[in-house]
Design a binder for this molecule. Sequence first.
Ligand code: CP
Length: 329
Amino acid sequence: MKKRNRLQLDEQGRLKHFLTIEGLNRQLLIDILDTAESLTSISEQSIKKVPLLRGKTIVNLFFEASTRTRTTFELAAKRLSADVLNINIQASATAKGETLLDTLRNLEAMHCDMFVVRHADSGAAHFIAQHAAPHISVINAGDGQHAHPTQAMLDMFTIRREKGEFHRLTVAIVGDIRHSRVARSQIHALSMLGVEDIRIIAPKTLIPTEPDAFGVHVFHDLREGLRDVDVVIMLRLQKERMRGASLPSEHEYFQRYGLTEAKLELAKPDVTVMHPGPINRGVEIDSEVADGPRSVILQQVSHGIAVRMAIMAMAMQQRPPETAEGERR
Ligand code: CP
């Protein structure tokens, strides 16, 4: 078993921590998508709860800002009947100099079962998983520019819902790929699920230094890269992770790389437009596209609840009855 798998999977190959897509396998990703599919109806019921994680305590540890990820993790945990603690880092003992490990030890002493971690440092979730007590599962909710695997899985869920399958698709990811943990996780997931043509489209300064390692086709011209794509995923400029001036003005960036209805005409007629959020209107995407009929940006947010429910349940070795062993597709 690979080193990364040893941390993420238990001896039976079941999910223990969810830290990165790398090192997982296609069947596990399909299991997550199928489990999420069976959990979507819970959010549409009048009583939005199932008892899968009743008695479990889940801690949201967000050391970096978040709207979508933190709230959908909280909703997902509550819909699974878990108890949820949202630690306000700014108002916690971290602000008084307590180390991360000491904070963890104190939370462990409260008999918590799962940590959901967002951190500005790449590798923070791995570090916590390596040092947490054996009964605790750690879910990476985004670490630095390394990985955002639950975002990638909700994006895969959205693509499967829209397109039905992954083979034969052409998927373009546009924008600040270099600083994007989302793009890294998406590329690994798309590749593992069999997408044949993965394109990244960006100015040279926003392409990763070794794009060949990702097995993608690189484009610097948006119009060229958008030709005949099935899915286009837009990314914002992640200025908080940029060192020095890598860019022209936002106006010039929008002229060259902003997605407009006119540019979208080059894609397939049934193209699906996605964005992990937060969106910057008039910088990477025009409002007409973001709010238009081909956009599934808000559906991505809704799907995030079911996908995070699935990942949390699976990491706690719980499954909804209809996806129990032997009954899965
Ligand atoms: N997509 C995403 O991670 O959004 P938040 O930063 O709001 O969680």
